[in-house]
Design a protein around this ligand. Structure first.
Ligand SMILES: [Zn+2]
Length: 305
């Protein structure tokens, strides 16, 4: 594969290759997820239009996206899905199903408001492009009112697309790490991750070593007393808790930024899931043992989180 070769050449170290298996429970979980998407979609519009404050109508798609993203991540984890392309396609399909169902429900609710005895199968048996277009136009004309300001026209359509985009981005964000995790095929379990932080270091310290594929020197990176404030390089070990056979290394640059609700970490990945040779894995084990050992004279270690 062209992309894979470029990445391997640039990194010059082998990385984790997923087995591409969709997961033995996926035949059950994938349809269940799509049913869940239909269920959430049918409730979505009813809840959205009953929310008391308009501001909540902006947060609601994001909240639903987050909840749905966590559900998707759970499905990928329990699948267990080691085929990232299949996992991504499933998430995209599920969000589209949820969004389409939510608007089909809106159409049904509007049609039932006009003729209360109408049921779903009769309605969707009759709907053609003409009826659908007239309904969208009616929705555009109705728009919504916020105090004295009313919103009508194509902005309404734009808000539907924005709603889909918000759900999509948040769901993708919530499932990202589930799709990047390493899996131990012999033990049939996900690898555990443990990290060590090198405070004061930035990507400038780690990136050249990543480019050179120098994992040994990466593992020698240590915190810098008078380094860059609020910056650190996190070395993360992924290892199977059962067999401890294959170990992988990921490296992130982490920037801690103050926000209104406390501090937040902004992570930038520099190296993902590089195969760590046994000798180097043992060096990292020793470093973790150092951290775990009680140091009677030293003040308590800074939390690595
Ligand atoms: Zn294992």
């Amino acid at each position: 594969m062209h992309l894979g070769r470029v990445r391997a050449m640039r990194l010059s170290v082998p990385v984790y290759v997923p087995s591409q298996r969709p997961g033995r429970l996926m035949a059950l979980l994938a349809p269940a997820l799509l049913c869940g998407a239909v269920l959430i979609g049918t409730m979505y519009q009813r809840i959205l239009y009953s929310l008391p404050l308009e501001i909540m109508q902006f947060f609601f798609p994001a909240l639903v996206g987050l909840g749905f993203g966590l559900l998707c991540a759970g499905v990928i984890e329990h699948g267990p899905c080691r085929n990232p392309l299949f996992g991504r396609a499933l998430v995209v399909a599920a969000v589209l199903v949820m969004w389409a169902t939510s608007w089909a429900t809106a159409l049904l609710l509007d049609a039932q408001a006009a003729s209360p005895k109408l049921d779903a199968s009769t309605l969707f048996g009759q709907v053609d492009l003409d009826i659908f277009t007239r309904w969208v136009e009616a929705r555009y004309d109705a728009g919504w009112t916020n105090g004295r300001r009313s919103t009508k026209g194509f902005i309404v359509g734009l808000s539907w697309v924005a709603e889909l985009a918000v759900m999509f981005v948040i769901t993708a964000w919530a499932t990202r790490s589930a799709l990047q995790r390493c899996f131990c095929e012999p033990c049939q379990q996900w690898l555990d991750t443990r990290g060590v932080s090198c405070h004061g270091l930035t990507a400038a310290d780690a990136a050249p070593l990543v480019e050179a594929g120098d994992l040994a020197r990466l593992l020698e990176l240590r915190p810098l007393e008078d380094g860059v404030p609020n910056m650190r390089v996190a070395l993360m070990r992924h290892q199977c808790g059962a067999c401890r056979q294959t170990t992988y290394l990921s490296v992130d640059e982490v920037h801690t930024v103050p926000t209104r609700s406390g501090y937040r970490d902004r992570r930038r990945n520099l190296l993902r899931n590089a195969v760590l040779p046994d000798a180097l894995a043992r060096r990292l084990d020793a470093r973790f043992a150092e951290i775990d050992a009680p140091a009677p004279d030293a003040p308590p270690a800074m939390p690595a989180a």
